[in-house]
Design a protein around this ligand. Structure first.
Ligand SMILES: [Zn+2]
Length: 409
């Protein structure tokens, strides 16, 4: 906050006057939704607020609210409310798992308009996988009845650590052939090839990060420290602090699957004794296969758990205890209000195991205000988070001016 002295409530950045982007932000956040409230919040004159709003109307980003007039804070006639027009563009989102992917077209407020899930093998490499995703997106736009020209951006969740500055994955244990690859460029090109859409911004992030972001924003917006742990073929955690994804210095934060827990088991990353080697969906599947139950992946374990398979349930609970032991440290370090368990193993047996060890090992002080929950959005959480991240990026005040100029308004 760098507003000028004497102008309380201004949201300008860098000490300048509030621009169109700042006004849009005030409307989107619900902090000021009438012309009068915008004048009060920014200190701008009525005429200047009007000029800036006109640009946002011409771009199609703002509209007058359906809710009708409300009493004006400046007195006088009831004021017309303003709202973000969430239908002027769409976002594409995809969530890549190791052998499976999900993609969707979303409105700017996160409603899924069309969705597809299917087999897509990350090990086939980025060229092929991202090309196929471009084809899925083109088909989904047709299904959602939205022209390709309306796409404003793409959000992609991947099962590995991402340098969000470059959108490239960094030494991902489960994504051979993807290290350092230009995911953004390839995915944008693939969309153009299959749909004719112009080049659009592509944001890439870790799947657990985007799941955490999606769940926190839609279900726990007031939770200042939120942790989500995804336990599927691998194990990863996403952390949202004060409404933003916490990534660490280069995207490595939350990669708890490769914490050593002192066992002899070989992990997919090439090391021995990782948490993921003994407590992931993949590890449980291996244990089941060794005792003659056909299972290869976290998804297979999920099916067995859903069918109430007793051995799968016992192994899931044991895996939960292993993860709960590590989470006791996580919870002590971060003091979150919500710890959400998601992914293939997220069910009663696993959660029971997590709770057993978590409450036994963590300080009572750090678990007193903690809710341990399962995911609200399930398999869609990363799509919701990816869509929201793209919208927050594109409509951030510092980017709005440049985008409005590009639109010629
Ligand atoms: Zn490992």
């Amino acid at each position: 906050m760098t507003g000028r002295p004497g102008r309380t409530g201004t949201t300008t950045r860098g000490g300048g006057q509030a621009g169109a982007g700042d006004l849009l932000e005030l409307v989107r956040s619900g902090r000021a939704v009438t012309r009068g409230a915008l004048q009060q919040a920014t200190g701008l004159s009525r005429a200047t607020v009007g000029q800036r709003l006109d640009r946002l109307f011409r771009a199609g980003w703002l509209r007058e609210g359906a809710g009708g007039p409300v009493d004006s804070p400046l007195g006088g006639r009831p004021a017309i409310t303003l709202e973000f027009d969430d239908a002027h563009a769409v976002v594409l989102a995809a969530d890549l798992d190791t052998r499976h992917a999900r993609a969707a077209v979303l409105t700017l407020s996160g409603e899924i308009l069309a969705e597809h899930a299917g087999t897509l093998v990350v090990e086939d490499g980025p060229e092929r996988v991202l090309g196929e995703l471009g084809r899925w997106f083109a088909e989904l736009l047709v299904k959602a009845d939205r022209p390709a020209a309306r796409v404003c951006g793409i959000g992609l969740a991947v099962p590995g650590p991402v340098d969000s500055g470059t959108g490239r994955v960094v030494q991902p244990p489960m994504m051979p052939g993807w290290d350092g690859y230009d995911i953004r460029g390839r995915l944008s090109r693939a969309l153009t090839e299959h749909s004719g859409a112009p080049a659009v911004p592509v944001l890439v992030d870790n799947d657990a990060n985007l799941m955490a972001y999606g769940e926190q924003r839609t279900g726990h917006p007031d939770c200042a420290a939120f942790v989500l742990v995804k336990v599927s073929t691998g194990i990863g955690a996403g952390v949202v602090v004060d409404g933003s994804i916490y990534r660490g210095i280069d995207g490595g934060a939350g990669d708890i699957g490769h914490i050593r827990v002192g066992t002899e088991a070989l992990c997919r990353c090439g090391s021995y004794g990782c948490l993921a080697a003994v407590a992931s969906g993949g590890a449980v599947a291996r244990r089941l296969a060794e005792s003659g139950v056909p299972a290869e992946s976290g998804a297979d374990v999920r099916e067995l758990l859903a069918a109430g398979h007793p051995e799968a349930a016992a192994l899931a609970r044991e895996a939960g205890r292993r993860v709960g032991d590590v989470l006791a440290t996580v919870v002590t370090l971060l003091n979150p209000g919500v710890l959400m368990i998601a992914g293939d193993l997220a069910g009663t047996p696993f959660l029971t195991g997590v709770r057993e060890l978590l409450y036994q090992r963590a300080l009572p002080r750090s678990t007193a205000g903690l809710d341990v929950l399962t995911s609200r959005w399930g398999d869609r959480a990363a799509l919701i988070g990816a869509g929201a991240l793209v919208v927050e990026y594109l409509y951030a005040p510092q980017r709005v001016e440049e985008r409005l100029r590009a639109l010629g308004v």
